[in-house]
Design a protein around this ligand. Structure first.
Ligand code: NAD
Length: 260
């Protein structure tokens, strides 16, 4: 039933977004790939998906801190692919620093990319979903949309905001066949967290892998990082008809982090 639908995944040139793109493509879902890479690299990525899965693929490298580029991305995707049936707001960045020393430009960038971009993308994509009478919006939040951690003021503010946005949109779309959910992962093995691991390795003069284990086990009872594909499989389930009553939820996938 998902065959032939179109999914736009922001930040799908790396990590969770890229793994999710492979999971959806394997089901015959057409893709709008997106992320910060050159147009020619993006075209190569799109071509590799087309060859591997026989689906239609568009690539766009809109910088999500620019609202006009988000509007253009959504309009271009609908024009060239016919619709956006599934919108996965996944792109995100991180910076860690105490609140009192947090650089203003980093605060503004995290709020813009991790929170406001999702709002703008939803606002531009929603009329198309409503007129189709079907849609899936999945916001990739974090455990940090549910609980706090030191040195993550901007990230936690943005992710908590994304969870709030998810609830409101679910209420506004409940009668239109459009579900809206947030996924709240614990540690996922992607480039996003490498700086945090490197900082621990440097501070304690230990190997990268040892630092990685320390970072994971500091708060997450399940002592292993999740693979990005696991998040992709969870997203695929939320796109299915079986999940049509799941809406307005902030769903942890966090190795019992928030069970404590
Ligand atoms: P990643 O660094 O591997 O990928 C981030 C993606 O976002 C890339 O495709 C990048 O090009 C894109 N991006 C970054 N800035 C952008 C901008 N200004 N404009 C457009 N695109 C931009 O990271 P990831 O770990 O795969 O993260 C994906 C999402 O998952 C993020 O929202 C992150 O907060 C969330 N998350 C990650 C973890 C984790 O442990 N890795 C845990 C919970 C939640």
């Amino acid at each position: 039933m998902l065959n032939e639908k179109v999914a736009l995944i922001t930040g799908s040139t790396s990590g969770i977004g890229l793994a999710t793109a492979h999971v959806l493509a394997a089901q015959g879902i057409n893709l709008v790939l997106h992320g910060l890479m050159s147009a020619s690299q993006g075209q190569e990525l799109a071509d590799s998906f087309k060859a591997q899965y026989g689906i239609s693929v568009l690539f766009d490298n809109a910088d999500l801190s620019d609202v006009a580029r988000i509007e253009h991305l959504i309009k271009r995707a609908i024009e060239q692919m016919g619709s956006i049936d599934i919108l996965i707001n996944n792109a995100g960045i991180q910076h860690t620093e105490s609140a009192e020393n947090f650089p203003l430009d980093k605060w503004n960038a995290i709020i813009a990319i991790n929170l406001s971009a999702a709002f703008h993308a939803i606002q531009y994509a929603l009329p198309n979903m409503k007129s189709n009478g079907w849609g899936r919006i999945i916001n990739v939040a974090s455990v940090h949309g549910l609980v706090g951690s030191v040195n993550k003021s901007a990230y936690c503010a943005a992710k908590h905001g994304l969870v709030g946005l998810t609830k409101v949109l679910a209420l506004e779309c409940a009668e239109q066949g459009v579900t809206v959910n947030a996924i709240c992962p614990g540690w996922v093995d992607t480039p996003l967290i490498n700086d945090q691991i490197s900082a621990i390795a440097k501070q304690q003069n230990i190997a990268f892998e040892q630092a990685k284990y320390q970072l994971v086990t500091a708060k997450q009872p399940l002592p292993e990082m999740m693979a990005p594909e696991q998040i992709g499989e969870f997203i695929l389930f939320l796109c299915s008809e079986s999940a049509r009553s799941i809406t307005g939820s902030a769903l942890p996938m966090d190795g019992a982090w928030t069970a404590q």
